[in-house]
Design a protein around this ligand. Structure first.
Ligand code: HMG
Ligand code: MG
Length: 299
């Protein structure tokens, strides 16, 4: 067992957590969420998504969010940008980091970004070049690493191939997305083992959705493999608009509680984070999907 000493949390609540909400959420609420997360000690917040508002209406106020947020020292505010159009807009808004997102499944790639996996990788090359010119780091996502809503099982070799392509084109970190949360710990371990043959472990992140209630178990398994970057969403908010039925990311509060118990540092104030989860779920009228958040609120 070689657990990391510290883990960096990537809070995706304001993006992955909210992107699927059917009713429009005020920009002011999004800004307050981002601010509260920063105040709780989260050092990396995915704040917005520069995608087409026709595809994801909830993220249509990406410019207002990115320019309206109050930057805290030591916090990185990032955004998704699938193409040059998105990147240029993000750069105009002073984004510090962007993320491109591909998939290990052809069918999901078509549904999510309207092109094949190979086309998406081609499309990301100029995005990376332009970002590098602007001094902006690029993170790469791979979706469907433990299963696809359209294709079912996905071979670890396919995940490794797409991850390697993203890493080689210059993504500084590759985040491995169990988009539909169907993975289980042994499968997660095998997938990480396959990907880490080509990419150093410290350049990989786990992005697990909790649809089948396996996310914490899967995280424990990949932490044992040496993963030290974890994506999560406050109150377990979220879901992908192009993965029907997929529920939110693993809850940030639950991840921090687990890591605290393992003696792994995060620098995050769990109570402040849990308060944020209670506040945002009450504000947008959603159930709090963090068990730790619910338990702390009941105290
Ligand atoms: P397309 O239709 O193939 O693109 O969509 P296009 O270049 O032909 O443009 C069509 C229209 O979109 C044009 O507007 C463009 O200007 C506009 P029109 O002339 O019709 O008025 N457009 C844009 N507008 C704003 N920002 C942009 C942009 N690009 C084009 N960046 C595209 C291709 C990628 C744009 C589209 O498919 C899209 O926006 N997809 C986004 C899907 C998405 O956001 N999914 C959720 C995020 S991924 C996720 O959740 C998974 C993850 O969490 C990991 C995991 O869990 O696995 C990351
Ligand atoms: Mg996701």
């Amino acid at each position: 067992m070689t657990f990391p000493k510290s883990v960096r949390l990537v809070e995706v609540g304001p993006r992955d957590g909210l992107q699927n909400e059917p009713n429009p959420i005020d920009t002011a609420t999004k800004l307050e969420l981002i601010d509260r997360l920063g105040a709780a000690g989260i050092a990396y917040i995915e704040a917005a998504s520069f995608v087409s508002p026709k595809w994801v209406p909830q993220m249509a106020d990406h410019r207002e969010v990115m320019t309206g947020l109050t930057r805290r020292q030591g916090v990185t505010y990032a955004a998704l940008s699938p193409n040059l159009k998105g990147l240029e807009a993000a750069l105009e808004c002073g984004v510090e980091e962007v993320a491109v997102f591909g998939a290990a499944s052809e069918a999901f790639s078509q549904k999510n970004i309207n092109c094949s996996v190979a086309e998406s990788l081609e499309r990301f090359i100029p995005v990376l070049e332009r970002a590098q010119q602007a001094g902006v780091r690029v993170r790469g996502y791979v979706s469907c690493v433990l299963g696809c809503p359209y294709e079912g099982e996905i071979a670890p070799a396919k995940v490794a191939e797409v991850s390697k392509a993203l890493y080689e084109m210059g993504c500084y970190e590759v985040s491995l997305g169990d988009t539909i949360g169907t993975g289980t710990p042994l499968a997660a371990k095998r997938m990480i083992e396959a990907v880490s043959r080509d990419i150093p472990m410290d350049k990989l992140a786990a992005h697990f959705h909790d649809t089948y209630g396996q996310a914490l178990a899967n995280l424990y398994a990949v932490l044992e493999e040496g993963i030290s970057v974890v994506d999560s969403s406050v109150a377990g908010l979220g879901g992908c608009p192009y993965a029907k039925g997929a529920s939110g990311n693993v809850a940030s509060e639950d991840v921090v509680y687990l890591l605290n118990g393992l003696g792994i540092e995060t620098g995050i104030d769990l109570e402040a984070l849990a308060d944020t989860g209670t506040w945002i779920t009450q504000t947008i009228g959603r159930p709090n999907r963090s068990k730790v958040g619910v338990a702390l609120a009941a105290k």
